[in-house]
Design a protein around this ligand. Structure first.
Ligand SMILES: NCc1[nH]cc(CCC(=O)O)c1CC(=O)O
Length: 322
């Protein structure tokens, strides 16, 4: 151990800086005297601001690859990602040293005039760049016009506050971290809306061969969150989903949060897949022992496969085939 300083690689967006700053503060609190520095790294997703996210080739890992490279090249010791943006397959040599406690994983509607999804007039315009959000919106309201938008949280928020669009959908966690949750006019949560895999959670990576940093990160880990998101990620990986398919998932530790104590150590996982336009929705849901999140994810993936998930997800892939 005995590491006296760590450098944290971060993207430059306000949300990424907030998240990395939060991790830096937590590290300093856990290890008094530790020197923690943020190092900004530009990613491909930050440089190409115009293409629809779903169309930038090699789209997986758009926001994370360069930071992982900096980690492997020893420019930084720690990388902070939104877990939602982190591909399920990690490069050799890296490990998730900590997954801190998750924020509210739900989406939020920002509709300054009409407030709720039910309150939007027929044909209203709703902005999102996410295939999952598009499909869920159209499933709930086939009349809505879903507009593909990109940019950081503030840019997307402005499309609704300026009146250019009737509404936008953003992650509640992102709004909360930026002190903007008061702009949300409706929480879009289960059962109608399920989050993206990993939404609301951070993934903190370090090198596998760096036991000093692994030890520093350990106190930031929140095991119930880790179990929940591992189940979600195992299901996504089994369906070969990547981050750009209309798949939504919500894992949770059933013993967490209500103070009622032991329910036999159960983990619950609910997953929904859609066709790109949200006409069809398939649901899979199971509970399993919290000791084995991966198997829970794989079993829900098997259920969804048996129900025809591959056909739906294939429709969303470039070229429309599986
Ligand atoms: N792809 C952008 C992104 N990645 C993570 C978050 C939100 C924060 C989180 O999921 O923890 C966002 C913004 C959004 O979806 O509105």
């Amino acid at each position: 151990m005995g590491r006296a300083a760590v450098r944290i690689g971060t993207r430059g967006s306000a949300l990424a800086r907030w998240q990395s700053g939060w991790v830096a503060d937590r590290l300093r609190a856990a290890h008094p005297g530790l020197s923690v520095e943020l190092v900004e790294i530009r990613t491909r997703g930050d440089r190409d601001r115009n293409s629809p996210l779903s169309q930038i080739s090699g789209g997986t890992g758009l926001f994370t690859k360069e930071i992982q490279r900096a980690l492997l090249d020893r420019e930084v010791e720690v990388a902070v990602h939104s877990l939602k943006d982190l591909p399920t397959l990690s490069p050799d040599g890296l490990t998730l040293g900590a997954i801190p406690e998750r924020e509210d994983p739900a989406d939020a509607l920002v509709a300054p005039r009409h407030r709720t999804l039910e309150g939007l007039p027929p044909g209203a315009t709703v902005g999102t760049g996410s295939l999952r959000r598009r499909a869920m919106l159209r499933h709930a309201r086939p009349d809505l016009e879903v507009v593909d938008i990109r940019g950081n949280v503030e840019t997307r928020l402005a499309k609704a506050t300026s009146g250019e669009l009737d509404a936008v959908v953003l992650a509640a966690s992102g709004l909360h971290r930026l002190g903007l949750l008061d702009r949300a006019t409706q929480r879009l949560g289960p059962p109608g809306f399920l989050p993206a895999v990993g939404q609301g959670a951070l993934g903190i990576e370090c090198r596998r061969d760096d036991p000093g940093t692994i030890a520093l990160l350990a106190p930031l880990d929140h095991p119930p969150t880790r179990r929940a998101v591992l189940a979600e990620r195992a299901c996504l990986a089994a369906l070969e989903g990547g981050c750009m398919v209309p798949l939504a998932a919500w894992g949770r530790d059933l013993d967490e949060g209500d103070g009622e104590g032991d329910r036999g150590g159960l983990l619950a996982l609910e997953v929904a897949v859609f066709d790109p336009d949200g006409r069809e929705r398939l649901d899979g849901s199971r509970t399993g022992p919290r000791s084995d999140p991966r198997s829970l994810g794989l079993r829900v993936a098997d259920d969804l496969r048996a129900a025809g998930a591959d056909r739906l997800l294939g429709l969303a892939r470039p070229g429309g085939g599986p």
